[in-house]
Structures are given as structure tokens and as C-alpha cells.
Design a binder for this molecule. Structure first.
Ligand code: AMP
Ligand code: ZN
Length: 476
């Protein structure tokens, strides 16, 4: 590939050039939502930035296959088996079955994604579809001696790995090894502090709604196994990019790597992309806090979801982002102003191929520099000011919007329509008639030119010849 796409890799702690396993192709995996509640706009910040990553890779020419899981089973908020089962808590809260809750919030998630122009990944797989795959991987881990049975559960033995804390610095590793959290009752079945459950048959949640038969008894999978299995099912044993929010780094992604590489016997995923958190004044926005912002709430307050998307693009994905309505108000004004400027462009003339290539390269370079979305957006402002014709400007904006997905062209067309009082079909008819009239006048066919003027007048459109060309106005 000609374009070097560079991205920060949490595994190497450096910005690296992406070199895919297979030339020209990217195998990409995204940790999907836990569907016990609506996604909050913090979760959606991660999905917006992952969407931009996928679209940027496609834009520069990669053939991307992206897979996402839906976490619809079990899932304790802690590996120590002390946390709450999130799906069960959701079902109790809403007096529904776990599967009804899962279905409802999966649909709600994709409806939010649609409003934010987040593309649906090529493959979306709920965890409950893959129980045989989980059982297979756990069996192999037991056979290879990376897992053990204790107290009715199957655990991953982290002491079998040379480097379990793959994402951490030496200092952090030491702290993680000795650090004991006061709020967590250690599970006495564990051989090592960081061991984690692969399969539960005995947990504090005896009324677990969904259970499956397994060689180790009736039960349900642990917290992390689904992402390893679902990604391998669709992307094979070597993956290019794995995505998630920074809270996924430990323990979720650390455990995913532990079990996947123990199972495969080789390196699994080369690049780890993590999006920093959206915070509000009280700290990290989180579902378990109960009080959180959703896309519907923003809409109820009169905000366009795409303004939230622009807000996310204006900041770098590796920086925490603080949400406030004040900033969203400013962003609304910026979006409207931008759309207005685009609506003022008229698509006449020929596309200037050289200018098009030049601005496209600038845009691409920012995307390739660790996904610098805010600078990529500024290329639009630069080109609006540039001395290039409107046709080229419009073509570039439509081209960039394949990645930015801010509906800029559509919003400008709507604004024009509202302002001129005619729909796109009538506008195109008017333009055609004006062109035809100009041709008739050139051939000195004034009768035809007058007939066209009268025809337009019949449809409520008055035309006037000015030094800049023929202009029109809706008069009735
Ligand atoms: P969950 O539905 O809780 O499994 O989370 C879905 C995704 O949102 C994961 O990739 C999380 O890392 C990410 N996430 C959770 N909270 C935030 C936040 N406040 N800001 C950005 N991303 C988040
Ligand atoms: Zn995951």
C-alpha cells in the first residue's frame, strides 16, 4: 500500500505504521456493547472513533473486515465473582427475560449508531450464539495446562504466562502484582490473584437465567472468552487491529490476549487501539452509575446527534474529553455555520483534478497521523477559503464525508431547499431550463428563450440576467 497508516499501539506504547498480516486487508475487531441498558454517549464516543478508524482505513484503500460481539450473557462486574450480573440486573429492573432485555437494547444500540452515522460492522455476533466455540477453547486451554478446575468453575492460570501484564510498564506490573483491592473479596478457588474464570458452574448467582451444558457442568461462560472466540471464528487466528475503550485494557483485553495466545501458541493481534473516556463534571460516564446521557436525551433537548459526532471528531481519541452542554451549543453553531457556507457554493464548472488530489492528500495525511480527526476537519475550512472553484470544493467535501460522516452535503442541500423554497427536483429543472435558454440566446433563437422564461414563470420562477449570469427566484 502506498499510504502509511500510523496509529498508536497500546501494546508497544508507540505510534506505529500499520503493516497488515495480509497485504491490502485489515482484520479488525471491536468489543461490542453489554446490552443491559442504553448505550451512553461515552460508549458511543468509542464507537464513533472506531467507526472513523474503519472508514479511514477503507478510504486509503484497505479492504477491511470488521467484527463486533454483543455481550448478552452473564457478565459480572468483577472477576472475583462479587460483582453484579449486569444482564440479570437489567431483567429484574424491567421485569423482562434476559433475552428480551438483550434484544431490546441491541436494537436500541444500532438505532443510536444509525443516528450517529456509525456503520454497522460486517459481522455482529451475540455471545449466546457461540457457546460451542467457548467450550472448545476452554477444553483446549485445559488440555494444554493453561486452565484448571476448582470449586466447580474453570479458571485461567495466569502463572503459566511469562508476561501476563502485556500492556503495563515494569512499575505498573509490580503494582498490579502486589495490589489488592479492598472492595473485592478474593475468590478462594483461585491459585493466583489475577486468575480469571473461563466457565462458571458455581457463582453467587444461583438464579442465573441462561445456562448451558458443558463438560464441567451446567453453567455459563466467564467475562472475557467471548471476544477471543468470536474474533477467531470470523477473522482467524491472526488479527490486525483490536479496538475498545481504555477501561477495556485491564483486565478485559489483558485476559483476552492471555487466553487467545495460550490457545493459539502464537501472537494473536498486532495493534491495540483504545479510545479515552468521555467524562462529565463528576468523572467518567458509566452505565452502572445509573445517571447517564443517551442519544435520545440529546435529541429531546433539541441537539442533532451529528453535532455530537462533530464534537467527538474535534478532539483526539487519545485524550479524555469532557462533555458539557455549553460546548455542544458551540458545536451546534459551528456545524450550522459550516453547512451554511457549503450551501452557498454553486456546483458549476469543472472539477479541478490537481486541487482535488492536493486537498485529498492533505486530508489523508491527517488521518494517517494517528487519526488526527480535528486536523482532518480543518481541511474543510481551508478548502472553503481556497482559490478553487465551487465544483471542486463540493466534490472534496462529499469525498471527505465518506469518512467524517457528518451529512454535510445533505444538510447543505436541505438548507438550500428551505431557503430557496424549491425542492431538489425543481431546482434541477430550473437549472436545465436556464442552460437551455442560454444556448437558445447564443443561437439567436430569442423566441425559444422567451418561451423558456414564460414556462418558468408559469411554475412560479422569475429569472433575471445579471453580469454574473442568470439568477432565479421563487415568486409564488
Ligand atoms: P460496555 O457496553 O460497558 O461493554 O462498553 C462499551 C464500550 O464503551 C467499551 O469499548 C468501553 O470501553 C467503552 N466505554 C465505556 N465507558 C466509556 C466512556 N465514559 N467513554 C468512552 N468509552 C467508554
Ligand atoms: Zn472484548
Amino acid at each position: 500500500m502506498e499510504n502509511k497508516f500510523c496509529i498508536y499501539n497500546t501494546l508497544s506504547r508507540t505510534v506505529e505504521t500499520v503493516i497488515p498480516n495480509e497485504d491490502g486487508k485489515i482484520a479488525m475487531y471491536t468489543c461490542g456493547p453489554t446490552v443491559y441498558h442504553y448505550a451512553h454517549i461515552g460508549n458511543l464516543r468509542s464507537y464513533i472513533m472506531e467507526d472513523i478508524l474503519e472508514k479511514a482505513l477503507r478510504y486509503i484503500g484497505y479492504d477491511v473486515k470488521r467484527v463486533m460481539n454483543i455481550t448478552d450473557v452473564g457478565h459480572l462486574s468483577s472477576d472475583a465473582d462479587t460483582g453484579e450480573d449486569k444482564m440479570l440486573a437489567g431483567a429484574k429492573r424491567e421485569h423482562k427475560t434476559v433475552m428480551d432485555v438483550a434484544r431490546f437494547y441491541t436494537d436500541a444500540f444500532f438505532s443510536d449508531c444509525k443516528k450517529l452515522n456509525i456503520k454497522r460492522p460486517d459481522v455482529v455476533e451475540p455471545a449466546t450464539n457461540c457457546i460451542p466455540e467457548f467450550i472448545h477453547m476452554i477444553s483446549v486451554l485445559l488440555e494444554k495446562g493453561y486452565a484448571y478446575q476448582a470449586g466447580g468453575n474453570v479458571y485461567f492460570d495466569t502463572s503459566r504466562l511469562e508476561d501476563y501484564f502485556v500492556f503495563s510498564s515494569a512499575v505498573e506490573k509490580e503494582q498490579l502484582q502486589v495490589g489488592v483491592r479492598d472492595d473485592v473479596d478474593e475468590d478462594p478457588n483461585k491459585r493466583n490473584k489475577n486468575d480469571f474464570v473461563l466457565w462458571f458452574t458455581k457463582s453467587k448467582f444461583e438464579d442465573q437465567a441462561l445456562k448451558w451444558e458443558s463438560p464441567w457442568g451446567t453453567g455459563y461462560p466467564g467475562w472475557h472468552i467471548e471476544c477471543s472466540c468470536i474474533s477467531m471464528k470470523h477473522l482467524g487466528g491472526r488479527m490486525d487491529i483490536h479496538c475498545g475503550g481504555v477501561d477495556n485494557i485491564f483486565p478485559h483485553h489483558t485476559n483476552e490476549i492471555a487466553q487467545s495466545e495460550a490457545y493459539l501458541g502464537h501472537k494473536w493481534c498486532n495493534y491495540w487501539f483504545h479510545v479515552h473516556h468521555l467524562n462529565d463534571k463528576s468523572g467518567k460516564m458509566s452505565k452502572s452509575k445509573g445517571d447517564f446521557l443517551t442519544v435520545s436525551l440529546l435529541e429531546e433537548k433539541g441537539y442533532d446527534p451529528l453535532v455530537y459526532r462533530l464534537f467527538c471528531l474535534q478532539s483526539h481519541y487519545r485524550k479524555p474529553l469532557e462533555f458539557s452542554y455549553e460546548v455542544l451549543d458551540n458545536m451546534t453553531a459551528a456545524y450550522e455555520k459550516l453547512v451554511k457556507r457549503i450551501a452557498e457554493l454553486n456546483g458549476e464548472g469543472e472539477t479541478d483534478a490537481e486541487a482535488f488530489a492536493d486537498y485529498r492528500n492533505r486530508f489523508m495525511e491527517y488521518l494517517c497521523s494517528d487519526l488526527n480527526t480535528s486536523m482532518a476537519v480543518t481541511v474543510i475550512y481551508d478548502l472553503l477559503k481556497a482559490d478553487i472553484n465551487d465544483k471542486t470544493k463540493l466534490a472534496l467535501i462529499a469525498d471527505f464525508d465518506q469518512v467524517l460522516s457528518l451529512n454535510l452535503t445533505e444538510a447543505a442541500a436541505r438548507l438550500k431547499e428551505a431557503g430557496s423554497g424549491v425542492d431538489a427536483e425543481l431546482e434541477s429543472y430550473i437549472k436545465d431550463r436556464i442552460a437551455e435558454r442560454a444556448a437558445a440566446k447564443k443561437e439567436k433563437d430569442f423566441a425559444r428563450a422567451d418561451a423558456i422564461r414564460a414556462e418558468l414563470l408559469d411554475r412560479g420562477i422569475a429569472i433575471k440576467d445579471t453580469r454574473e449570469g442568470t439568477v432565479w427566484e421563487k415568486i409564488s
